[in-house]
Design a protein around this ligand. Structure first.
Ligand code: DC
Length: 223
């Protein structure tokens, strides 16, 4: 079975996707982490964030690997754990530019489809229901207000042990900017698939969102 979870930044996609994956023993794939890894590779190789050919070469050289360690998804590149590095404000500020590059998207989408292969998968991102897995049995589109998403991201930083140099207001502004860029780019913009179920999580607990999605998956299994 394929479950696609899309939506804007910090709408709770990865938190609920991870919980559902653990509960149902599905493979979880965080596609945002892959575009973030591309951005780290560009930075560490001192490349221009718009130079797609050079970034592709560097990705081929350094590689991107997603590994599950003690129930946590870790990201490796060039033999190094970059799981914390991909979440820094510098990378967050530049990932929209890198993820809008056509050759980068083509490469990542091919990799994502390969990873989803023959296993039960829950994948989160922006274009999973529309482009990566258009035949997914369950498609969810999560939304929440920009303010509540900024507050969640702040909490997330703390839990990951990252000291935030930004205020909630600055994070909110960054999130709104990224939403705009992600939904206005030419290729695979952030958009709800016509057959996706939209859930507004602003006033919902994580457990409530998980229960709601599990109910959709259950309904689908009975079909
Ligand atoms: O979900 P996230 O914030 O970690 O995603 C980081 C960026 O990657 C986001 O700004 C948009 C981009 N992205 C994308 O273009 N397509 C995806 N499937 C996932 C993320």
């Amino acid at each position: 079975m394929q479950v696609a979870i899309d939506g804007p930044a910090s709408a709770g996609k990865s938190t609920v996707a991870k919980l559902i994956a653990n509960k149902l023993d599905f493979v979880y794939i965080d596609t945002g982490a892959m575009y973030r890894a591309c951005t780290v590779i560009a930075r560490n190789n001192h490349l221009d964030y718009g130079d797609e050919d050079a970034i592709i070469k560097a990705i081929d050289k350094d590689g991107i690997e997603l590994k599950s360690e003690n129930g946590e998804q870790k990201v490796y590149s060039a033999g190094k754990d970059i799981s914390l590095e991909i979440r820094t404000p510098e990378i967050s500020a530049n990932v929209s530019q890198v993820s809008a590059l056509p050759k980068i998207r083509k490469k990542m989408v091919a990799l994502q489809r390969k990873m989803s292969g023959q296993v039960d998968v829950i994948m989160d991102g922006r274009d999973i229901g529309t482009t990566v897995l258009p035949n997914a049995e369950v498609k969810i589109f999560l939304v929440a207000s920009a303010r509540s998403r900024a507050e969640r991201r702040m909490k997330d930083f703390k839990q990951r042990g990252i000291e935030s140099t930004q205020t909630v207001e600055q994070i909110e502004k960054d999130i709104a900017e990224r939403d705009y860029k992600d939904s206005h780019r030419k290729i695979s913009p952030l958009r709800r698939a016509e057959d996706a179920i939209e859930i507004d999580t602003t006033n919902m607990s994580i457990d409530q969102v998980v229960e709601r999605i599990l109910a959709e998956i259950e309904k689908n299994k009975k079909k």
